[in-house]
Write a protein that binds this ligand. Structure first.
Ligand code: PNS
Length: 162
């Protein structure tokens, strides 16, 4: 049977660290669905559709045929059931990530015993990287070219210079 994993997140916006995790996930699973959360309680910089599109564009040059990008809302476990996914992939960069990730993994396991959370460590050069930091640097005119794909950099400049 083919294995399907979800890689869920806010991805506001996707960073090179996320792409590193996606690469690693493709080595473990037949199909990886990058799952962008529509969260009504957050105000992201980019809309759900924009985030999905930015990820699709960014992955285009990586020729990862087993990866698709979708959005979801509601509970992750319900979405996983709908997609017949057996695993959730999350990136773990540092100890500081651990508490939240541990809690989320255990809640998801309580809600669906059959769903396994797999933590993947991105390359250590991305340890410090997250979407919030990237937006902060971009907002003050800093160079984010080494943190995000080119299309994301252009979108950040466009959005933040308005
Ligand atoms: O990139 P993020 O913001 O750290 O991703 C968090 C995400 C989207 C994986 C998490 O908030 C999530 O799965 N939300 C969906 C709602 C849900 O299932 N909550 C229960 C588990 S915490």
């Amino acid at each position: 049977m083919k294995t399907t994993a979800l890689y869920p997140g806010t991805f506001d916006p996707i960073t090179n660290g996320h792409i590193d995790v996606i690469h690693r996930a493709t080595r473990l699973f037949d199909q990886v669905i990058v799952s962008v959360l529509t969260n009504p309680s957050k105000t992201p910089l980019f809309s759900t559709d924009e985030r999905v599109e930015l990820i699709r564009e960014a992955l285009h040059s990586h020729s990862m045929d087993s990866v698709t990008v979708e959005s979801f809302h509601g509970l992750l476990v319900d979405y996983a059931r709908m997609k017949k996914a057996s695993a959730i992939v999350r990136g773990l960069r540092a100890i500081s990530d651990f508490e939240f990730e541990f809690q989320m993994a255990l809640v998801n396991r309580k809600l669906n015993q059959g769903l396994i959370t797999v933590f993947l460590m991105p390359h250590e050069k991305y340890t410090y990287l997250n979407s919030t930091i990237v937006k902060e640097v971009a907002r003050f005119g800093g160079d984010v070219s080494q943190f995000v794909p080119e299309n994301v950099q252009a979108a950040l400049i466009d959005r933040l210079s308005r």
